[in-house]
Design a protein around this ligand. Structure first.
Ligand code: SF4
Length: 374
């Protein structure tokens, strides 16, 4: 699978600490550099057939249909891909107008991940999103009218701008719109964000953990009652609509990340990440050099990562894979640390996989980190 990072946004959302620029001044140079990086790395993923290509950001929908198509052509020119390759574009509701959707519907993009976040203006204002509530709803309907069935929307819960009743209404609207995939995250307060600043100055109250907990469990129960499968802590899909791209990532498959700040992984022990700086990225790539740093993950790092990613999913951690990959010493640690948690019922073994029972998923990160080798 390949991930392409488009590092531009119209405006800065109040909670966001991703890598992007709000100036489009060097957009053409950036697109040329991304194409060049695709070419420079064309021999990676050797003997692999691409199952997915994912445009994330930033805001990929800030590009034109032609620009997106040109990047896809570049990838498909150099990499083998399956006939049913999943090509996802993250898109913001305010970009999904008729003209753009028409261009996308004539491109190989076959899945949209829409940054809806909420169907309510009070939430969208606090988040400083570029769209309003009517665009949130209208964009989904328009995408469906243009034939996009494989749609995902992002929703944020636990915002101090609204309460439980608004959250329930958000989910009712989602069901009414017949969206088959939902990614839903708690609003988190990251350092160096406007939201953090407002909270420090007492202008906005801190999101409350009990409220987020309640909204998470409502989300999970409500979506399951409406035919969704809860396949990763933050992801829900109707049967047949799991994200191929993210599922591969959660199963520790190899991936190639193109564009500034994008990460790559060889599926085993090598991870690399591109510089998170647009001008440095363009400069390096224009000189035919890769703009990445690489690290070799120790066995301990690989083990910790397997716990952190696997225990957040419906599949859990594959115990045969674990036994074949790690040393006796690590396996002894694993045995010792998991035993008491299995007895307590916060971990379980099912079909040779270690899992967290779903009712404890809200604590998944804490449970996984208790198993870490530090
Ligand atoms: S659109 Fe996405 S990447 Fe851009 S600022 Fe908002 S949350 Fe961050």
């Amino acid at each position: 699978m390949i991930y392409i990072h488009i590092p531009f946004c119209k405006q800065k959302c109040s909670y966001c600490n991703f890598h992007f620029s709000t100036s489009l001044q060097f957009k053409d140079e950036m697109l040329a550099a991304i194409k060049k990086e695709i070419f420079l790395r064309k021999d990676e993923l050797q003997n692999k057939t691409l199952q997915s290509l994912y445009f994330g950001g930033g805001t990929p929908s800030i590009l034109s249909g032609d620009e997106i198509k040109a990047l896809i052509d570049e990838v498909l020119q150099y990499f083998d891909f399956t006939k049913d390759i999943e090509i996802t574009l993250e898109a913001n509701p305010d970009d999904l107008n008729n003209q753009f959707l028409k261009a996308l519907s004539n491109s190989p993009v076959n899945r949209l991940s829409i940054g809806t976040q909420s169907f309510f203006d009070e939430d969208l204002k606090l988040m400083n999103r570029a769209h309003n509530a009517s665009e949130a709803e209208g964009s989904i309907k328009r995408a469906q009218d243009f034939g996009f069935e494989n749609l995902s929307i992002d929703l944020i819960y636990g915002s101090p701008s609204s309460g439980f009743e608004t959250w329930k209404e958000n989910l009712n609207k989602t069901i009414a719109l017949q969206v088959p995939h939902i990614s839903s995250y708690a609003l988190t307060v990251e350092p160096k964000t406007a939201l953090n600043d407002w909270i420090q100055k007492g202008k906005v109250s801190n999101p409350r953990e009990e409220e987020q907990n309640k909204e998470f469990y409502y989300l999970s129960d409500f979506l399951k009652d409406n035919g969704f499968e809860h396949y990763e802590i933050s992801n829900f899909a109707k049967p047949g609509f799991y994200s191929k791209h993210n599922s591969a990532y959660w199963k520790y498959k190899e991936y190639l990340g193109i564009g500034p700040s994008a990460h790559s992984y060889d599926g085993n022990e090598i991870r690399s990440w591109n510089v998170a700086n647009n001008s440095q990225y363009i400069k390096k790539i224009s000189s035919n050099l890769l703009a990445k740093e690489t690290e070799v993950l120790s066995q301990e790092d690989q083990f910790n990562e397997m716990m952190m990613i696997g225990l957040r999913t419906i599949w859990g951690v594959d115990l045969s894979q674990l036994k074949s990959k790690f040393s006796e010493k690590i396996l002894e640690h694993f045995q010792k640390e998991t035993q008491s948690k299995i007895e307590e019922g916060i971990l379980m073994v099912e079909n040779d996989h270690l899992k967290i029972p779903e009712k404890h998923w809200f604590m998944a990160d804490g449970i996984a980190s208790d198993l870490f080798i530090v």
